[in-house]
Design a protein around this ligand. Structure first.
Ligand code: DC
Length: 230
């Protein structure tokens, strides 16, 4: 059977990563979380002193750090899940913190960061058999992807999901702060000059505000079967 490229884009906290990971498991493909890569670069900037106190980014410094950095996914032997490594260090937990979440959008808006990560993502997906989730996969990274989904849900539904996820991890962030972060990220992601978040013309719009994961999976598997039978 043809091994295709599945591009899943959409707004933040839509549950893209969970459904993309499950879909990859169901169809035996590799899952690639590109948001984790932008988060890893954000952590690199934070640890490397590329943010000033007022939040400005020292781009020359970050560029130097990025040129020497490695970002990789390695499978956790216990869970089988891919985890993010920055310069050979497991940063999977750290990159999900609110601190990284609130610094990531301006980092993801920098053209040199996008260029470096898109090149790496294109190499990872070469040959197909992947489910890649992000913001620009169907528009920029793989405009030729055979299957494209654009996922969204209302900001309140998304903030609620993120809030519960953070709570589960023992991170106590007020709901209002999570909602504000979701709205701010939407704004920056859709208004940036380089690869703004937008639905590819040939992507299927999936609003999951009132859908269960099972219903979503049914839709995705049906499309997958259609696309691989073609
Ligand atoms: O999916 P996420 O919330 O982990 O993504 C983190 C940030 O990275 C998000 O604010 C937007 C950015 N991002 C991007 O610009 N392009 C991608 N392909 C993936 C994520």
């Amino acid at each position: 059977m043809k091994r295709i490229i599945i591009a899943i884009d959409g707004t933040s906290s839509t549950g893209k990563s969970s459904i993309a990971r499950q879909l990859a498991e169901r169809v035996g493909y590799t899952y690639i979380d590109t948001g984790a890569m932008y988060r890893a670069v954000t952590l690199l900037a934070m640890q490397g002193g590329a943010f000033s106190d007022d939040g400005r980014i020292d781009e020359a410094r970050l560029q130097g750090l990025l040129e020497k950095a490695t970002i990789q996914f390695r499978a956790n032997p216990r869970t089988g899940r891919a985890e993010t490594f920055l310069n050979d260090e497991n940063v999977e937990q750290e990159i999900r913190s609110m601190q990284v979440s609130s610094h990531v959008s301006p980092i993801a808006a920098l053209p040199f960061v996008r260029k470096a990560l898109v090149t790496q993502q294109q190499k990872m997906g070469h040959g197909g058999g992947i489910v890649m989730d992000g913001r620009d996969i169907g528009t920029t990274v793989f405009p030729q992807a055979e299957m494209k989904i654009f996922m969204t849900a209302s900001p309140e539904v998304r903030a609620r999901r993120r809030f519960l996820e953070l709570q589960e991890k023992g991170m106590d962030t007020p709901y209002e702060e999570v909602l504000k972060n979701v709205q701010e990220r939407d704004h920056i992601d859709t208004h940036r000059a380089t690869s703004p978040l937008r639905k590819a013309d040939d992507a299927l719009l999936l609003d999951n505000s009132n859908m269960t994961m099972e219903e979503e999976m049914d839709v995705l598997l049906r499309i997958f079967q259609e696309k691989t039978a073609e």
